[in-house]
Design a protein around this ligand. Sequence first.
Ligand code: NAD
Length: 347
Amino acid sequence: MKAKDNPTASSMLKKHDLIVIAGAGGFIAGALARYFHDQGFTRIRAIDKKPLPEWYQVTEGIESVCLDLSDDYNCRKACEGAVEVYNLAADMGGMGFIERFRIECLRSILINTHMIEAAYRAGAQRYFFSSSACAYNVELQKDPNVRALKESDAYPAMAERGYGWEKLMSEMFCQEYRAERGLHTAIARFHNVYGPYGTWDGGREKAPAALCRKVIEAKDTGKHDIVIWGDGHQTRSFMYIDDCTKGIDMIMHCEKLIATPINLGSDFLISINDLVSMTEKIGGIKLEREYDLDAPRGVAGRNSDNTFIQKVLGWAPSTTLEEGMKKTYEWIEQQYEDRKAGKRTVS
Ligand code: NAD
């Protein structure tokens, strides 16, 4: 099957069906809200606990609501009348955040626990949960030359402490709501998502955005060095935001993927050192590298095995890292300039 033949929201929903998106003040859910809006859906309810002025994107024509979704009552309000519910709300960030704030990460279980019950009670037709590659067994990620992770590698379970275990438990909720109550649930395990309108400073940012910022800062300040977390040999794959929103839509509407966790990520593996070189090339500069071996660095290597998604959807994320990084760099450069000029920015 070609990607274009897969059922999507556009082929399955009426344009006035209510789509509820949790975490929409953040990066991915903000992009998802815009994605549905651009397809002509007229009733999108975007929700986040952050006050509206702090949202990364506020799209005109979308109902944007500030609610703390770790609260049961708020989740019921959020899901009222929903035909589809997408839960992407979580207290999260890059390695610097998830290794330091495990309690905050674990507490996100409250969000999914209440949201899925609220979606079920509201009679929603479908429920989406954003899981993570951090749900995979860390024992399989000790070598930079890792074999890519396939869906069955989550068990026997030894997920990332805190954040990964929360994802694994919430996945189980989705599976049991399907098994016991018949709710159509969908679960995607995202592998590092990056792109414009993501966090780029402040401690929650991930490697691609952090490296863009550091290169831009070095150019601006004339201090031509860069601090890299770890020895730079760690490997990862990175998915561009547009592939992520498209993938979410197809996964949510695929009858073969009900309550079935699936990788949503790029399978192009790159070391952090090579990602630094790519970012330097985009910025047109070469920097002196300093390695901070005490900084959080996460697992040694992680990649997405895309055999399953290719088989079921005939599609996998395909934006090249170079193309995506260029767009991300340009956006962060503009943000950097805006901040210097005293304008409001995302981070
Ligand atoms: P993000 O931090 O930009 O967005 C998450 C949003 O959830 C934030 O705006 C936050 O304010 C909101 N939120 C947190 N607690 C809330 C609550 N109690 N009530 C309402 N809103 C609340 O993160 P993101 O990168 O957009 O990630 C979205 C989802 O994807 C998360 O579930 C995350 O775990 C998952 N994920 C992301 C990545 C990635 O690379 N970005 C990788 C794997 C999984």
